[in-house]
Ligand binder design. Structure first.
Ligand code: MN3
Length: 204
C-alpha cells in the first residue's frame, strides 16, 4: 500500500509563487489519482509491498505489459510528486548551504550556474515532464530531464533524485498560462534547500 505524501503546509502556503487552486488540484486530484491507480495496479501485479524506488528500478520484472506501463506512469507520478511537494516550503528560497552547497559549487560552478542549467533542462523539456538533480552511485550530482512521469530511477540510470521540478502544464497553467519559463523562475523562491540537503546527506 502506497501512501500519498501529506503536505506539511496549507494549499495557499506557497502563494504567490504557486496559487492555492493549483496546489489543491495538483495534490488532491492529480497526485491522489496517481497514488490510487498505483495501488490498484500494484495489487494486481502482486508488487504492492515493494518499496517504490525498487519497484521503479525493476519495472522489467513485471511481465504483463499493461500493468508494467501503468505502474511506470502512475508509480512515477506517485514518486515524483512525493519528492516535488517535499522539497517545497513556504520558508523556501535562498541558496543551498553546507556540504550540498560545496558539492553544487564544485559540480556546476555556482548556484547561479546550477539555476541556469536546470532552467534550460526544465524549459527545454518538450511537452510534459520533469527536471532533476540526482546523486549518482559514486556520490556525484547530475542534472537531467525526462518526459511524462519517467524519472532517473525508472529510466534505469541508477541515480537517486534529490530535486524535482514538475513542468507538466497542470503545475503552472492556472497562474502562468503558457509561460513555463516564468513559473520555473519563480519556483526557486519556494525550494526548501534544507530538505534537498537532507536527501543529499542520505545518499552521498
Ligand atoms: Mn504534476
Amino acid at each position: 500500500m502506497f501512501e500519498q505524501y501529506k503536505l506539511p503546509y496549507s494549499y495557499d502556503a506557497l502563494e504567490p509563487v504557486i496559487d492555492a487552486e493549483t496546489m489543491e488540484t495538483h495534490h488532491s486530484k492529480h497526485h491522489a489519482t496517481y497514488t490510487a491507480t498505483l495501488n490498484t495496479l500494484a495489487e494486481k501485479a502482486g508488487v504492492d509491498d515493494v518499496e517504490i524506488t525498487k519497484l521503479l528500478a525493476n519495472l522489467s520484472d513485471i511481465s504483463d505489459e499493461t500493468l508494467r506501463n501503468g505502474i511506470r506512469n502512475n508509480g512515477g507520478g506517485y514518486y515524483n510528486h512525493n519528492l516535488y511537494f517535499k522539497i517545497m516550503s513556504p520558508n523556501g528560497g535562498g541558496e543551498p548551504t553546507g556540504a550540498l552547497k560545496e558539492k553544487m559549487d564544485a559540480t556546476f560552478g555556482s548556484y547561479e550556474e546550477f539555476k541556469e542549467k536546470i532552467t534550460a533542462l526544465a524549459t527545454g523539456q518538450f511537452g510534459s515532464g520533469w527536471a532533476w538533480m540526482s546523486v549518482t552511485p559514486s556520490g556525484d550530482l547530475v542534472l537531467s530531464n525526462s518526459g511524462n512521469q519517467d524519472n532517473p530511477i525508472s529510466l534505469g540510470t541508477g541515480n537517486t533524485p534529490i530535486f524535482a521540478l514538475d513542468v507538466w502544464e497542470h503545475a503552472y497553467y492556472l497562474k502562468y498560462k503558457n509561460l513555463r519559463a516564468a513559473y520555473v523562475k519563480e519556483f526557486f523562491n519556494v525550494v526548501d534547500w534544507d530538505a534537498v540537503a537532507a536527501l543529499y546527506e542520505a545518499r552521498k
